[in-house]
Design a protein around this ligand. Structure first.
Ligand SMILES: NC(=O)NCCC(=O)O
Ligand SMILES: [Zn+2]
Ligand SMILES: [Zn+2]
Length: 456
């Protein structure tokens, strides 16, 4: 039996046009006029825009960190994602020290099993780059994993040195695997943090002050230079500042295969948000930290000119009431990370498209088409085109909504965007042709989200 989304306005990364979308076996089989026929299930999209479901390539669900674990698992995180119009994501599987990459992946598969509502893939974060672990990178594509991540910060837990970065970039290049990098100079940060604590500077705002933008720019330039020397593909995650953008543009101008993302929150907040009354600023603690208003404009410009091609969330939620408070009296113990998987599409659409900063096509590209293509899902996810999975979101561009943690759906007890008014919301979400959210009601059953085997 076929489903037809009738009378909507289809939006792709290239164009916006009136069309029906026909779905057979969970896949888009036609896009055109008057596609409905007898026996079809028809979903009337009159007055709605039909967008590809969001693809979020940077999330941390049920991730152990700072002595606790991110509060959204593959059940609550997926519920929040689906409610916000995101239909697939790629989560970071973190290699425990001493473990193989394969066993780390097994751990993450177990976290998702029986819970998933949307489709999901994994990147592997290599944290213990022993020679045999670097050798294992070549085996990842056969497991459906075609990207690894290296952290240049978080000394003692996640950080790797330049020798490991160089070896991994080389091995990944030879295996068709994309290397992602968290670019901050972890050694300099440790030094600055220790000095702040010695001086009794313990409040959340010192998180931002001990991670200055120069240390992100330096690490970005270093990673980009190593990738350029090797001709290895590199993806810089969560770019937050002008200096890092300059380093990325520099290597891109010479044709180096370096791409980059920013995350939603870096377009909205500044380091002053960490200096809110009492301990409230802890809600805004993430790495890299928030910068200046001028960085927002630089990031928007980079999204327009393509030097940044993706907006992801870095959804890494820790409850304020029970988890962020672990760092009361010592900012270095505040779990790093902020939530955003439910808000990404709405706030980016509102500030970006309604705000006149990007077009609706650019919005689709940044949130769905480009991330799918970059991470081995092109032609499968992220586009309203024939042959792609029917992951679709029907948007009402005229509907108003006020964001508040009380009506959000994840396990997190706050929203960075609390009280923000947006116009334009997802009203119906389909995953592989099946309606999973309609009018704010979840319809999908736990365990129906599928693992995404990605291509190199
Ligand atoms: N971003 C952040 O503060 N936490 C999540 C881990 C990471 O991406 O660095
Ligand atoms: Zn990071
Ligand atoms: Zn992250």
């Amino acid at each position: 039996m076929s489903t037809v989304i009738a009378n909507g306005t289809v939006v792709t990364a290239e164009a916006t046009f009136s069309a029906d979308v026909r779905i057979d076996g969970g896949v888009i089989s036609a896009v055109g006029r008057d596609l409905g026929g007898p026996g079809d299930t028809v979903i009337d999209a009159t007055g709605r825009h039909v967008l590809p479901g969001g693809v979020d390539v940077h999330t941390h669900l049920a991730m152990p960190s700072f002595g606790t674990e991110t509060c959204d698992d593959f059940s609550t995180g997926h519920l929040a994602a689906a409610m916000g119009g995101t239909t697939s994501h790629i989560d970071f599987c973190i290699q425990p020290h001493g473990a193989s990459l394969r066993s780390a992946l097994d751990l993450w598969h177990a976290k998702a099993a029986g819970r998933a509502l949307i489709d999901y893939g994994f990147h592997v974060a290599v944290t213990d780059p022993r020679p045999e672990v670097i050798d294992e990178i070549t085996t990842l594509p056969e497991l459906g994993v075609t990207s690894i991540k290296l952290f240049l910060a978080y000394r003692g837990t996640l950080q790797v040195d330049d020798a490991a970065l160089f070896s991994c970039l080389e091995r990944a290049r030879d295996s068709g695997v994309l290397t992602m990098v968290h670019a901050e100079n972890g050694d300099a940060i440790e030094h600055l943090m220790a000095g702040a604590i010695r001086r009794g500077e313990t409040a959340p705002k010192y998180h931002a002050l001990t991670r200055p933008p120069q240390l992100e720019s330096e690490a970005t330039g270093r990673a980009a230079a190593l990738a350029e020397v090797l001709g290895a593909p590199l993806y810089v995650v969560h770019v937050s500042c002008r200096g890092a953008l300059e380093r990325i543009r520099d290597v891109q101008s010479r044709g180096a295969p370096v791409t980059a993302e920013t995350c939603t929150h870096y377009l909205f907040f500044t380091k002053d948000d960490l200096d809110r009354d009492g301990f409230e600023g802890a809600k805004w603690v993430c790495s890299p930290p928030f910068r200046e208003a001028a960085d927002h404009e630089a990031l928007w410009a980079a999204l327009r000119d393509g030097s940044l091609s993706i907006v992801s969330t870095d959804h890494c939620p820790f409850q304020y009431g029970t988890q962020k408070v672990l760092g009361r009296g010592d900012f270095t113990r505040i779990p790093n990370g902020v939530p955003g998987i439910e808000e990404r599409m709405m706030v980016l659409h509102h500030a970006g498209v309604n705000g006149g900063r990007i077009t609706l096509q650019q919005f689709v590209s940044l949130t769905a088409t480009a991330p799918a293509r970059r991470f081995g899902l092109g032609g499968v996810k992220g586009s309203v085109t024939v042959g792609s999975d029917a992951d679709l979101v029907l948007w009402d561009l005229t509907r108003d909504h006020t964001i508040t943690a009380a009506t959000n759906h994840g396990a997190i007890d706050y929203s960075l965007y609390e009280g923000m008014h947006v116009r334009g919301v997802p009203v119906t979400t389909l995953r592989r042709g099946e309606v999973i959210v309609d009018g704010g009601r979840l319809i999908a059953a736990p365990g129906t989200g599928q693992f995404l085997q990605r291509r190199t």
